[in-house]
Design a protein around this ligand. Structure first.
Ligand code: NAD
Length: 386
């Protein structure tokens, strides 16, 4: 197959779907690799490295899309700034595609792919199976985001993180509160601990208590809901009553907190609202909130996605596309995830898994001109019935 790696066109996107180091594996599998010129520049992988690894470089975007049999991509398709076509229309009809697709919010792309007979796989839908862990890009990107969230907080906080005893007096460590301790939250806890902070954390899933404690952080106790977790390991949506009690518990911690890192999410839904405008007033001036759920509506009422605002002396960072702030690591991890999924779906032996295989069924969104993913089929039905 001719595997195509396009240049990402979204503003601020620095990642690339394939790093030069993985090209020899694909060539050994008897594939060709086409790279759109400049694809890796944002992640500090120059064209020369791709060429040295055996890829062919294509200058023109339309010529690139015309030649590739499968596209490996990071961002969902969008309007191309130079061709003025949607990237979903640029992928050659009948081709394959693997990448993030924001399937719940970009049904238009899914419908275009179905119409154009693209066989598309959504990285968001990689199931949480042991054999799919090496393909789980959501977890990889959450790891990067959780780490970087702490560094963003250090940039905005007017304090050093660790305990320091100096001739000029003792500096007490800062207190970091992490809300939501999934992959990103646990990485934020570990990073804040390494920076010398005191760390407290909370999650609605009871299983997380032990994980928080094993990282040396304090689990904030409250009565947790039953059935807090879906079969696939995600949190369930909590009742308004639980969220209200949760807000009270969080509010009680706020006067002693310097940094809040919020990561709470419910797969496919708006992020839960955990911090109200009133609650922000009980934080000390100079405190910082880094809201990693900004793109899903935010855990804080005041969060503005993509903006950093100051409210009553508190800095609120509406962090978006945080993995793109660490493009080398993020691209390295993402590329491994994508290549692992690609090699599973299109093995060198040519013996492709059946469409009923859990990984294929879980990730494939369009095939043979149809939307084949059950969740998306019901979304389309809802849209049609209005
Ligand atoms: P996520 O990004 O969907 O959500 C982040 C966190 O927010 C979760 O821990 C969730 O419980 C929490 N949350 C949701 N509502 C909340 C609320 N009201 N208050 C506080 N916290 C709330 O989740 P994630 O990080 O992708 O992963 C969740 C779990 O799945 C983790 O335990 C992770 O280890 C596990 N996981 C398993 C696999 C696998 O088995 N292959 C792969 C990835 C993740």
């Amino acid at each position: 197959m001719k595997i195509g790696i396009p240049r990402e066109v979204q503003a601020g996107e620095t990642r690339v779907a394939l790093i030069p180091g993985l090209i020899p594996i694909l060539i050994k599998d008897k594939h060709e690799v086409l790279v759109e010129a400049g694809a890796g520049v944002g992640a500090f992988f120059p064209d020369t490295q791709y060429a040295q690894a055996g890829a062919s470089l294509v200058e023109d975007a339309l010529a690139f899309y015309e030649q590739a049999d499968i596209i490996l991509k990071v961002q969902p398709p969008q309007m191309h700034p130079t061709t003025h076509l949607s990237e979903a229309e640029m992928v050659r009809e009948g081709c394959a595609y693997i990448g993030f697709l924001s399937p719940f919010t970009r049904l238009d792309v899914i419908q275009t792919f179905a119409r154009r007979k693209i066989t598309a796989f959504a990285m968001e839908f990689v199931p949480r199976l042991t054999r799919a862990q090496s393909m789980d890009a959501l977890s990889s990107m959450s790891t990067v985001a959780g780490y970087k969230a702490v560094l963003l907080a250090t940039e905005h906080l007017g304090k050093m993180f660790p305990l320091l005893m100096t001739a000029a007096g003792t500096i007490t460590p800062v207190t970091v509160l992490v809300l939501g301790a999934g992959v990103a939250g646990l990485q934020a806890i570990a990073t804040a601990k390494r920076q010398g902070a005191r760390v407290e954390a909370f999650d609605a899933r009871p299983a997380v208590r032990e994980q928080i404690q094993s990282l040396g952080a304090t689990f904030i106790e409250m009565e947790l809901p039953r059935n807090a977790e879906t079969a696939s390991g995600y949190a369930t949506e909590q009742s308004a009553e639980f969220l209200k009690r949760e807000q009270e518990v969080i509010r009680a911690r706020f006067p002693g907190v310097d940094v809040v890192i919020s990561t709470a999410q419910v797969f496919g839904k708006r992020a839960p609202l955990l911090v109200t405008c009133e609650m922000v007033k009980s934080l000390r001036p100079g405190s910082v909130i880094v809201d990693l759920a900004a793109e899903q509506g935010g855990n804080c009422e005041l969060t503005r996605a993509g903006q950093t605002i100051l409210y009553e002396g508190v800095t609120i960072v509406g962090a978006t596309n945080v993995p793109a702030l660490l493009p080398m690591t993020a691209s390295q991890l993402y590329a491994h995830n994508v290549v692992n999924l690609f090699r599973y779906l299109y093995p060198a032996t040519g013996l492709q898994p059946e469409s009923s295989d859990a990984l294929v069924k879980g990730t494939c969104v369009t095939r043979n001109g149809q939307i084949v993913h059950e969740m998306l089929q019901s979304l389309v039905r809802e849209e049609v019935s209005g």
